[in-house]
Design a binder for this molecule. Structure first.
Ligand SMILES: Nc1nc2c(ncn2[C@@H]2O[C@H](COP(=O)(O)OP(=O)(O)OP(=O)(O)O)[C@@H](O)[C@H]2O)c(=O)[nH]1
Length: 339
């Protein structure tokens, strides 16, 4: 949720304009805007840009002379049509803000005062920026809309830091895959979704074979490198909605939403082949190459069934794959074992 200020920058500019003149969207008041370090622009009641300060020129790379008098200020921020927050106020479409911006808030109870955040392409600025914007309407003596002030704050660095922190919280440092916490959260969320949509949910538990011997032969650093390479091979079989996570140690877990057991078995077999084809020698294990064993399970979630049961089934299948000689996939008992 975004930070909702008590008084937004746009309201401060609004008060500045109101205080210097009579609230009319023209005249000396707008010259004050030029002095502001905060990027700001003003649209009149017809959506035409009537002010565009220097800070806004610096932020967007667009000179005021290119914008003033036009009704498409959005072009300074986006490549494809996307109304500015000020446009939404002028066009009485503020209800569309939630769909158009990543975060939005009503900073005060006065109608038309809005804040929002989102990524902007900045076609002439050179690089994408994450902007926080505030709008504040200026009314004429009759209470009608005279103009809308929009101020902008470049929050790109803060946003990037936040994304990096989120990555740290959800990624496994060694392999770059999702970590256990992310796996647990995703399994829960996908389980609820599958329950609502009555779709199957499949799970693969993947374990590197004879990894203790690998570590013994190549040392822990060599073992880490091996884990990274296996993780990369496993992740290559991922589709957009799948999640591959490091479950712990030399074990990985794969969530396959809306995937039947047959489909899961195909994905598992492809993963097994990919790792085998890395041809990473495991001198510790009688000269064999590094391989993986995989246990698969699928559920059609029901209220009386828990995700932990799906995990237990996939785990039991993995145990059987190990027991049957490793480098193979195993399905729940009622299905035939593959490979
Ligand atoms: N290098 C490295 N080794 C790890 C890491 N996490 C766990 N291991 C090692 O993985 C090995 C797992 O050994 P076991 O559980 O006996 O399994 P295994 O030797 O692979 O035998 P099977 O699973 O039965 O094929 C242990 O030696 C752990 O020390 C890690 O992050 N890096």
């Amino acid at each position: 949720m975004m930070n909702s200020q008590k008084i937004s920058n746009a309201q401060r500019v609004h008060h500045l304009i109101d205080g210097s003149r009579s609230g009319q969207p023209d005249g000396d008041a707008f010259r004050l805007l030029e002095l502001l370090a905060i990027p700001a622009f003003v649209l009149d009641a017809r959506g035409r840009a009537v002010a565009w300060n220097r800070a806004c020129e610096r932020l967007t790379g667009v000179p005021a002379s290119d914008v003033l008098g036009t009704t498409d200020t959005w072009r300074c921020f986006h490549r494809t049509p996307h109304p500015t927050l000020a446009d939404l106020v002028v066009q009485q479409r503020t209800h569309e803000a939630p769909a158009l911006y990543d975060a939005h808030a009503q900073p005060c109870e006065e109608p038309g005062h809005l804040s929002a955040e989102g990524w902007c392409d900045m076609p002439r600025g050179g690089r994408r920026r994450y902007l926080a914007v505030d709008v504040s309407p200026i009314c004429n003596e009759l209470g009608g809309l005279a103009a809308v002030v929009q101020t902008l704050r470049d929050m790109t660095e803060e946003k990037q830091a936040q994304i990096a922190l989120e990555q740290l919280a959800t990624r496994d440092a060694l392999t770059g895959l999702a970590n256990r916490r992310c796996f647990d959260d995703t399994l829960h969320a996908e389980w609820q979704r599958a329950l609502r949509q009555q779709q199957p949910l499949s799970l693969l538990m993947v374990d590197v074979d004879n990894f203790k011997q690998y570590n013994d032969a190549y040392g822990h650093v060599g073992g880490d490198d091996c884990l990274r390479r296996v993780a990369g091979a496993v992740a290559k079989e991922m589709r957009a909605n799948d999640l591959v996570a490091r479950y712990g140690g030399e074990e990985f877990a794969v969530i396959l939403p809306n995937q039947s057991l047959k489909g899961a078995a195909i994905v598992a077999e492809r993963m097994r082949c990919r790792v085998e084809q890395l041809h990473l020698p495991n001198l510790g294990a009688a000269g064999q190459c590094v391989t993986i064993s995989i246990g698969a399970a699928t559920a059609l979630p029901a209220p009386e069934y828990e995700p932990v049961q799906l995990l237990a089934e996939a785990d039991a299948a993995l145990y059987r794959a190990k027991h049957m000689g490793r480098n193979r996939i195993s399905l729940p008992l009622e299905m035939a074992s593959a490979h």
